[in-house]
Design a protein around this ligand. Structure first.
Ligand SMILES: [Zn+2]
Length: 530
C-alpha cells in the first residue's frame, strides 16, 4: 500500500511529549512515523502552509435529529414571531409539501424575538389551520404546535403529563406550547420513520459533519418519540456493515429503566462494533434546560418565584438506574444542567463508585450551573464533563436573569474544570447549537457571541487558551469515550484521523478564529477535500 506523507504545514499533535512535528507519514489507516525524510515511494500531500490537527470529535450531539433538521424550516436566525411565520410560509412555497404533510421547524428563541414571548398556536394558525405545523424551540425541550396538530391528540385543560407541561391560555385551553414529556403527545402522532429514512438522515448528517472537520461524533439518537429505538440501532448496524458511515460514531444509549438496560445488554455488546461504530455510555437525561426553566436548581429561579425546575428521576430511581449500569461495566453520561441535578448525580456516584470503582470515567453532560465545591467534588471522584462552549454565546444574557448575579459566578466554568483536572470534552448538542467545532473553539477562547459581546468575554477568567480549546474537541473528547488509545492525538500507531485548517488558530487573533475554514479531513487515512 502507498504511504502518504503530509508535509509543509503546521502540525500540532495534542501529545504533550511531542507537541509539534514537521511531517506525518501514514500507511493504510494508521500513523507510522514523523519527521521522516521524503522518499520517492511516498505519495506526497503538500499542506501548503495550512494547519493539521487530530480530527475533531463532538462529545455530545444528536446526529439523527440534526439530519432531520436539514429537512426542516431553520428558525435559528428569526428575530420576531412575524419573521418566523414568513420563514415557514416561504418554506412551504419553495418545497411544496403534500397537502396534509407535517411541517417541522426548529431553532426559535423568544429571547431573540422583539415580542419577547413564546409563539402560540394562534400565531401558527396564521400559516395554516389544516396542515399540522410543529416548531421546536432552540433548546429542544419545548415546542409550539398549531391547531391542526392539536386536533390529532386528545387533550383538554385537565390533561396532566408527569414530567411535562401543557401550557394554557387565559381561557384555560391548551395554547399550543408543550414542554418536556408533554412534547411526546405531539411526536407520537408524527408519521414514523423507516430504517431506510433513518439511514438516509444519518448519512446526510454525517457528510455535513465531515465537511466541518468532524471525524468522530458521540451521539444520542436512541430516544425520539416517533423513532423506534430498535430501528435506529438497526440503521447503524446496517450502515456499518455496508461501510457507509461517513464518520466514526459512538452511540450514547438512552435507556430509561433498569428493564430497558437489561434487555439491551441481552442483545448487544457495549463495545467496539467496527472502527466506525462503537456503543458507548448509558445516557441519562436527568433534567431540562435553563432557557425553558426546566433545569433543576437548589434554589428557586430568580425570574420566577418558587420555580425550582424539574428532576426527571427521583433520587432512588436515578440511583437504581446508575447501579445497573455500573454493575454491568457501563459508563454513565448524565445530562445535568441545574446544580440540584449535578449535586444529586455526584452524591449517587460518590456512593456507587465506592463499590464499583471510578475507572469508568463517568461523565456529566452540560454541567452548566455549578459552583467551585461541586466541581471540586467531581474532580475528586474522577467524574468528567462534556461541555458545549457555544452555550456561552447563547446563554450569557440569560444566566444572571435566571439565577441572579451571585449564583452566576461559578457557572459554565470551563477554565476551573481544567484547573481542577476534570477532563472536559467539547461538543455542540447539535441541533441545539451549530455543530461547527471552529465556532465552539472560538466560543471557548473568547466567550463572546456572534456580535462579539460582551466586550472582553463573559466571565473572562473562564476563557480557555487555544491549546485547551483544541484539546476539548480532540484528545479530551477521545478520552471521555475510551478512544484515547487510537484517536484524538497524532501519535504512532494511532488512526490517521486529521483535520486540515486553512489558518493556524495559534497564529490567529482571538476574534478571527471563527473565520478559519476546514480544508480537508482524513479518516482512517482516507482524505476528503472540501
Ligand atoms: Zn443533548
Amino acid at each position: 500500500m502507498t504511504k502518504k506523507l503530509f508535509y509543509n504545514g503546521y502540525i500540532y499533535t495534542m501529545d504533550e511529549k511531542n507537541p509539534t512535528v514537521n511531517n506525518v507519514l501514514i500507511e493504510n489507516d494508521k500513523i507510522i512515523d514523523f519527521n521522516t525524510k521524503i522518499k520517492d515511494e511516498y505519495q506526497l500531500i503538500d499542506l501548503n502552509g495550512q494547519t493539521l490537527l487530530p480530527g475533531f470529535n463532538d462529545s455530545h450531539m444528536h446526529v439523527l435529529a440534526y439530519g432531520m433538521t436539514l429537512d426542516m424550516v431553520d428558525l435559528n436566525s428569526v428575530n420576531s414571531i412575524e419573521e418566523m411565520i414568513s420563514a415557514v410560509q416561504k418554506f412551504i412555497e419553495e418545497k411544496k409539501p403534500k397537502e396534509n404533510e407535517w411541517i417541522f421547524g426548529r431553532g426559535w428563541n423568544q429571547e431573540n424575538f422583539i415580542e419577547k414571548r413564546m409563539p402560540t398556536r394562534c400565531d401558527l394558525d396564521k400559516i395554516s389551520t389544516s396542515r399540522p405545523i410543529v416548531l421546536t424551540r432552540t433548546c429542544g425541550h419545548l415546542l409550539t404546535a398549531n391547531s391542526a396538530a392539536l386536533k390529532k391528540i386528545d387533550i383538554d385543560s385537565d390533561t396532566y403529563i408527569d414530567g411535562g407541561k401543557i401550557y394554557l391560555d387565559d381561557n384555560e385551553n391548551p395554547n399550543g406550547i408543550f414542554a418536556e414529556k408533554a412534547m411526546d403527545l405531539i411526536y407520537e402522532n408524527m408519521p414514523p420513520l423507516s430504517v431506510e429514512d433513518i439511514k438516509n438522515y444519518l448519512v446526510k448528517a454525517g457528510k455535513m459533519l465531515r465537511k466541518k472537520g468532524i471525524t468522530a461524533v458521540q451521539t444520542d439518537d436512541l430516544d425520539s418519540a416517533n423513532v423506534d429505538f430498535q430501528k435506529v440501532l438497526q440503521a447503524y448496524y446496517e450502515l456499518a456493515d455496508e461501510n457507509k458511515l461517513p464518520i466514526k460514531f459512538n452511540l450514547q444509549l438512552r435507556l430509561k429503566t433498569p428493564e430497558e438496560i437489561n434487555e439491551f445488554l441481552k442483545n448487544n455488546l457495549i463495545t467496539y462494533y467496527d472502527d466506525y461504530l462503537t456503543l458507548g455510555p448509558l445516557k441519562v437525561l436527568a433534567d431540562g434546560s435553563l432557557g425553558a426553566r426546566t433545569a433543576a436548581l437548589r434554589e428557586s429561579y430568580a425570574d420566577e418565584e418558587n420555580q425550582f425546575g424539574k428532576l426527571v428521576y427521583g433520587k432512588q430511581k436515578l440511583y437504581n438506574l446508575s447501579e445497573i449500569a455500573l454493575k454491568n461495566g457501563m459508563q454513565i453520561a448524565c445530562h445535568a444542567i441545574g446544580d440540584r441535578t449535578v449535586a444529586l448525580f455526584i452524591d449517587i456516584m460518590e456512593r456507587l463508585q465506592k463499590r464499583y470503582g471510578s475507572g469508568l470515567r463517568n461523565r456529566i453532560i452540560h454541567c452548566q450551573i455549578t459552583d467551585y465545591d461541586l466541581l471540586n467534588r467531581m474532580a475528586e471522584l474522577n467524574l468528567q464533563a462534556d461541555i458545549q462552549p457555544p452555550f456561552t454565546a447563547t446563554d450569557w444574557t440569560i444566566v444572571s436573569k435566571r439565577i441572579g448575579k451571585e449564583r452566576e459566578i461559578g457557572t459554565y466554568a470551563w477554565k476551573t474544570m481544567f484547573n481542577l483536572g476534570i477532563n472536559a470534552a467539547g461538543g455542540s448538542d447539535c441541533p441545539v447549537e451549530s455543530p461547527n467545532p471552529i465556532w465552539g473553539i472560538s466560543c471557548a477562547v473568547t466567550r463572546q457571541d456572534r456580535d462579539y459581546n460582551p466586550a472582553g468575554g463573559w466571565q473572562p477568567w473562564e476563557k480557555l487558551t487555544v491549546q485547551e480549546a483544541l484539546k476539548l474537541y480532540t484528545k479530551n473528547a477521545a478520552y471521555n469515550c475510551f478512544m484515547d488509545n487510537q484517536i484524538g492525538q497524532i501519535k504512532k500507531d494511532y488512526k490517521a484521523d486529521f483535520v486540515i485548517l486553512d489558518n493556524n488558530p495559534f497564529l490567529t487573533a482571538e476574534e478571527e478564529i471563527r473565520n478559519i475554514k476546514v480544508a480537508a479531513v482524513s479518516i482512517n487515512g482516507k482524505v476528503y477535500w472540501n
